[in-house]
Every structure is written in C-alpha cells, then in structure tokens.
Design a protein around this ligand. Structure first.
Ligand SMILES: *Cc1c(COP(=O)(O)O)cnc(C)c1O
Length: 365
C-alpha cells in the first residue's frame, strides 16, 4: 500500500471516510430504491442551485466533468447557431476545441490568463457579432484559480436574448450561485469537486424550457442531454446506460455531509479561510500568489516559483513524502505551481502543510 497523503488538488480531492465507505456495496441499477437515490440527488442539486423543479432540472451524465460540458455543447446548440466563448485558461479553450470537433460556429474571446473576463469585453464582442445565439464561460478558471465575475456578465448576456452556459465545475457547492437570479440556462459541475464526492459523473442544471426545446439537436447518442433527461423523467431516475452505482452512493453521502456542514455558505467560509491562511503562510515563506486578491477564488491558488532555479519536481516529491500532494502549474507565461484547498481540508491541515513547506525550504537553503 502506498503512503497515504492529503490531496491538495482541485478534484479528485480528499473525501471523507464515510464517503469512501458508501461504496462498499454493489447496487442494482433498475431497483426502485436505487433509482430513488438518483432522484433525491437531482432534487438536492436543484436546492444547491437555488432553483425550483418547475423551472429547472438536474441531469447527471456519466463520465468526468468534461463529458458534462461536452454533453451541453454538443446537445443544445442547433446547427444554424453561433457560440461566443469567453476564455482565460485551459477550460475555456477546451470548450472551443469541442465547438471545433462538432463544427459549431464560434467566436473566441481570449483574455489574458492572469486577468478576469469582464462585462465590457463580453459586451463589445456581442455587439461586434449580433448573430451570436449562445454564450459560454467558466466561473472558477481552475487553470489559475481566478474567479470570473459571472454576476456582472450572465444576466446582461441573457437580457440580450442569448442562451447562457456556465462551467461551474470547480465552484458549484463551494461558492453560492443563484442560478435563477443570474439567469443561467445551463450550469455544469461534477461529483469530485466542491461537493466532495468521488469521480464518475458530471451533472447539468438546465432550464427546462430550453432543454426541452433542444430535443433532437444532439450530435451524439451517449452525451445526448435531452435523451438522458427524458429517460430519467420517464423512468423515475433510471440512467440511460450503466450508471456509476458506487459513485452515485458516495455522492448521495457527500450531499448529506454538505448539509451537515451547514450548506454551501458554510463550506464557502471554510474554503475561504483555508485559502487565506494558505496565502498568508506562503507569503511568509517567500511564495507569491499569482492572481490579485480581488479575483482570487477560494478554490485553488497559483504560486509563482520563488526563484529561477526553483526545482518543482524535488519540492513536489518532498511534500509528497511529508503527506501532501500538490499540483503543477498549467499556464504558459509564468512558472507556477498550484495548491487546492477544497475537499476534507481544514485549518489544522493547512498549518501542517505550511510547516512541511517551511521545513523543506529551510533545509534547501
Ligand atoms: C475540473 C474541471 C473541468 C472538468 O475536468 P475533468 O478532468 O473532465 O473532470 C472542467 N472545467 C473546470 C473549470 C474544471 O475545474
């Protein structure tokens, strides 16, 4: 058995013992009790999104988070339509790749990786391309940890008659998002981020009127969002193809634990405190945060290398030995590494991490 370590990565992340324990049985997918678990998960997700089942539905999709995004992009944008994608990192770029694969007309709004997407930039792009019908952006761009201001952008875009798609993969459940107030048509997230389940499926919070209008537009069979929705509605929580039964059970447990913690507001508070403790401690050790405080998310933090000769690989290995796994950087312009603070991670863990880093860096001197 490998040494146990704390995952300080933005998903898969460290889950609780009880979430892992929920996977210790085998389940039957067409059994009524099992299907009811899926239904209750769908209801919980709507509550977290602050929407009602009259207007919205929650549709799980097998696979990792990307499958959920791809399900939306490939299912709800009809052939004659045009998609504007605002991007300031790898996950925005991934949506553009999807649009290429499916031959969807798209305009890419590229923003510097260290800067947020702004309302002014989006407005200018929409004015320049009045034929745009759909808009997609990332909430927390996990590439850097920047938090894009969806509150200032999405309601305005929607008021222009444009459908709105938000990849809130790494923020949903960890940052409060009022989906109805923001006028989001499709929001995508997955099991293994802020809700603290294990990897295995994505889910889409979809405005029912829009989703139902997209019937027959899907470009694939297995990622057909309307298809999955229709089956779940008709058969009371039945997934179209083999459902990730153990993951579903673990996720139901993770949702219960989110509620016990005090809901999204409390989790947001814990993550924010983790993030602030981390940045402050790291600054004292000579590591600077990449993104300015104003745009820094409570989810994951990018740190600049402290010196030109900083050896990330050696640093990573030493930290792993001390019981912590962190993330390499993902941006091109500046050498960075990332530390996530979502998952079963508390004040004490961050203190221990900072001690371990202090140990490693003083020994290196
Ligand atoms: C994690 C993540 C995804 C999905 O990644 P997968 O590896 O497919 O789970 C998409 N968007 C964002 C912003 C993410 O953080």
């Amino acid at each position: 058995m490998e040494n146990e370590y704390l995952l300080l990565t933005p998903g898969p992340l460290t889950t609780s013992k009880t979430v892992k324990k929920a996977m210790e049985m085998d389940y039957c997918t067409w059994d009524d009790e099992y299907k009811e678990i899926t239904q209750s998960i769908r209801r919980s997700l709507l509550r977290i999104a602050q929407v009602t089942p009259n207007e919205y539905t929650a549709v799980p999709i097998q696979g990792s988070g990307t499958y959920g995004v791809e399900s939306v992009i490939s299912s709800v944008i009809p052939e004659h339509c045009k998609l504007l994608i605002a991007m300031n990192g790898a996950y925005g770029e991934r949506i553009s790749e999807m649009a290429d694969v499916y031959g969807i007309n798209h305009v890419d709004l590229k923003v510097d990786e260290q800067q947020p997407v702004t309302a002014d930039l989006v407005k200018a792009e929409l004015e320049a391309h009045p034929d745009i019908t759909h808009f997609a952006m990332i909430h927390c761009e996990t590439t850097t940890g920047i938090l894009n201001p969806i509150e200032e952008i999405i309601p305005w875009v929607k008021s222009q008659g444009v459908s709105t798609i938000v990849d809130a993969m790494s923020s949903f459940g960890g940052i409060p998002i009022d989906v109805k107030k923001l006028d989001i048509d499709y929001l995508i997230s997955s099991t293994n981020k802020c809700i603290q389940g294990v990897p295995g499926f994505a889910f889409v919070i979809a405005r029912k009127s829009q989703l139902e209008a997209s019937k027959g537009e899907a470009r694939t069979l297995s990622l057909d969002l309307y298809g999955q929705y229709a089956e779940m509605e008709k058969n009371h929580g039945k997934w179209r193809f083999t459902s990730p039964t153990h993951v579903v059970h673990a996720f139901a447990q993770a949702l219960t634990e989110l509620e016990i913690e005090g809901g999204v507001d409390k989790r947001y508070q814990r993550y924010s405190e983790n993030q602030q403790q981390l940045t402050k401690g790291m600054a004292e050790l000579g590591f600077k945060q990449l993104i300015s405080d104003e745009w820094q998310s409570p989810i994951i933090t990018s740190f600049r290398y402290p010196s030109d000769d900083f050896d990330f690989h050696a640093f990573y290995q030493k930290l792993k030995k001390a019981g912590f796994v962190i993330y390499p950087g993902k941006i091109s312009m500046v050498p960075t590494f990332r530390i996530g603070n979502i998952g079963e991670v508390y004040h004490q863990n961050i203190s221990e991490l900072l001690d371990a880093i202090a140990n490693i860096t003083t020994k290196a001197r």
